[in-house]
Structure formats: C-alpha cells, structure tokens
Design a protein around this ligand. Structure first.
Ligand code: NDP
Length: 333
C-alpha cells in the first residue's frame, strides 16, 4: 500500500514518515530540494528504495505543482498533505502564506482527481487555527468550530497564518462537495505541536516554529521573565503523526475533521517541567516562583472524537517536554 506525503522535510512530516514505515506503507515524500530528499533517505539507511523515496516539488503554490509527483507506478492509494508555511516571517501575506496554503491544497486535490484515480483518501494537516475564534471563544471547542476570519483580516500579519489554515481547509471541503471525486478527505486539526525535533533536518537556527519556545526557555531567554503563553493548547508530535496514519487506516475517519489535542499548558508549566527533568538547566530557567499566566476561566475542549475514531491516547506534557529538551540538547541548544 503506497502513500504520497507532501512536505516531507517538515517537523510533523518527519514523524509521519516513521509511523508510515512502521505500519508497512511504501512512502514517497515531496520535498523542495534534492538535498533535503537525500537527507531523509540517508537518515533511514535500513529502509529500501521501494519503501521510501522522494520527488521534488519546489513550490506547492504553482499551478500543476503536483502533476508529476502524483503519477507513480505502482499508483498511490493514499495521500497525506502537510506542506504549508508555518513561520512568523511575513513579507507578503498572499504570496508567503495564503497562496501556498490554499493553492497547495486545492492543487493536490485537483491533481489526484485528474491523474490518480486509485487514491481512496486524502488526509490534510489543518490546524486548531482553523477552529479558533479569538474574539469569542465557545464554551467548548470541538470539530464544530470554525475560525470566522475574513480575507481582509488575513492581510494583518499577525492573523495571516491562522487565516491561511482556515481558508485552505474550507477550500478542501468545498472541493470535495463540488467535484465529488473518487476519494474522501479527513483533516487533522492540532494546536501547538511540541515534541522531539528531527536531528537530520535541523540545526540550532532551524528549529521548527512550535518548538522555538522550549528552545528559548532552555537557552535562558525567559530567565528574567516568562514570555506570555499566548495559546494554551498543545499536543505531542508523535500523537499528531499517528493521527494522520490512523486517518488513512480507519475507514470511519473519512469525511471527518479531528481536533487533536492533549489539553492545556502554560509557559510556567514548561519551566517547572524543565527544572524537574533537567536540573542541570536551572541557571537558564526563570525563578521557580514566577507567576503563571494561565487564566482563571478558560474554555473547555472536546477531543473525544479523536480518541474514539482514531484511538489516540495522548502523551502527557512532562514526557513530551522532557523528550523535546533531550532532542534540543542533542543538536547543541
Ligand atoms: P515545518 O515548517 O517544519 O513544515 C512545513 C513543511 O511545508 C516543510 O516541509 C516545508 O518545506 C513545506 N512548505 C512550506 N511552504 C511550502 C511551499 N510553498 N512549497 C513546498 N513546500 C512548502 O512545520 P510543521 O511540521 O510544524 O507543519 C506541518 C503542517 O502542520 C503545516 O500544514 C502546519 O500548518 C500544520 N500545523 C503545525 C502546527 C505546529 O504547531 N507545528 C500546529 C497545527 C498545524 P521546507 O522544509 O523546504 O521549508
């Protein structure tokens, strides 16, 4: 059984590769350069070329970007689409975020419909960003919620990432409704994803966005004062990766959106865990009595669908942060 995974050089995708291989899928990843592709292959020396290979797709926003990658022999059975920009270096909201997110998603769906009739399901990495309503949080977040962001609001650099995820996911559901392709889709909607960085792709400078706060914490950047937590929901990358693979394995996952979260955290909790699991870092960490910014009243969350249908059993924060710190120390942070 053969899977195409886009954005193979990404943080989440690297963990998806591991689980796909463990579960026996032949895996082809798309990457933006041969160099990245080769690094992925070299990091899996025990895996044969049949089980793991790559194709170069330089820019997912380009018309027809996936037309070549999607044609494969033997043909693909499933596609997992993770490639989408996630960083805070916005120059042009449309070119840097909205185009690759939206056109990347509709582009791959079009290419599958046209050239890969054997594909049964497409799993798309969406986000809690496509669910959150910062102006008026619901009592309980579940898969029913949609971010009400408008195109105009998306021009605001602080909003554009969330908007890109919202519009991309909406475009995917709209495509299926209108085009009625041979495949169904499922989306995975995680909040902040923490967990071991992938050593073969990362250097000190290129730690993926959602692990940067743990890096900053253990580098001493919060020593004087904890940075505001901002977003209080998290999940472990290995659970997110498993969710993607389960979403192709479990028939009932088709047509569903999955809010994939382990629960709440605050930067204060991260510091407390770091102090406990890595006491040698004490001199870099904020004082033990630093105040927490966790609100007295916060919305609820309902992640039961991900547990029931995908069978997820979420890792606890202490394990995730401890493993994240180990992985950061291993690349010299
Ligand atoms: P990474 O930045 O590590 O991965 C992003 C991937 O997308 C990289 O492989 C990147 O390639 C690729 N990519 C970005 N833009 C383009 C483009 N224009 N053309 C081709 N490839 C492109 O981030 P994550 O692993 O964290 O993110 C993966 C997915 O998960 C994204 O869809 C993101 O929105 C989503 N997500 C992430 C969360 C998190 O907290 N980490 C939370 C919720 C959702 P390259 O390496 O060459 O830049």
């Amino acid at each position: 059984v053969k899977v195409l995974l886009t954005g193979g050089s990404g943080f989440i995708a690297a963990h998806i590769i591991d689980i796909l291989l463990q579960h026996g899928f032949d895996t082809v990843v798309t990457v933006r350069s041969e160099e990245k592709g080769n690094r992925i292959i070299e990091a899996h020396p025990e895996v044969s070329k049949k089980n793991l290979s790559y194709v170069v797709v330089k820019d997912v926003a380009k018309e027809g970007a996936f037309d070549k990658a999607i044609k494969s022999s033997p043909p693909f059975d499933y596609v997992i689409h993770t490639a989408s920009p996630f960083h805070y270096n916005v120059q042009d909201p449309v070119k840097d975020f909205l185009d690759p997110a939206i056109k990347g998603t509709t582009g791959i769906l079009k290419a599958i419909k046209e050239y890969a009739p054997t594909v049964k399901r497409v799993v798309i990495t969406s986000s809690y960003a496509a669910m959150v309503n910062g102006k008026q949080h619901p009592k309980v977040y579940s898969e029913k919620e949609w971010n009400p962001v408008t195109w105009e609001e998306a021009m605001d650099h602080s909003q554009v990432y969330r908007a890109s995820k919202t519009f991309a996911e909406k475009a995917a559901w709209a495509f299926v409704e209108k085009e009625k392709p041979n495949f169904d889709i499922a989306t995975i909607n995680p909040p902040l994803v923490f967990g071991p960085i992938v050593h073969y792709l990362n250097s000190l400078e290129t730690i993926n966005t959602s692990n940067q706060r743990t890096r900053n914490l253990i580098q001493g950047q919060m020593k004087e004062k904890l940075a505001p937590t901002g977003n209080f929901l998290w999940v472990d990358v290995r659970d997110v990766a498993l969710a993607h693979v389960k979403a192709i394995e479990v028939p009932e996952a088709g047509g569903e959106r999955f809010f994939v979260t382990a629960g709440f955290f605050s930067n204060k909790e991260l510091a407390d865990i770091a102090r406990e699991t890595h006491p040698q870092l004490e001199s870099k960490l904020p004082p033990a009595d630093s105040p927490s910014d966790f609100p007295e009243n916060i919305f609820g969350i309902d992640n039961t669908k991900s547990q029931k249908i995908l069978g997820l059993d979420y890792r606890p924060l202490k394990q995730t942060i401890s493993d994240t710190i180990d992985s950061l120390l291993a690349v010299g942070v």
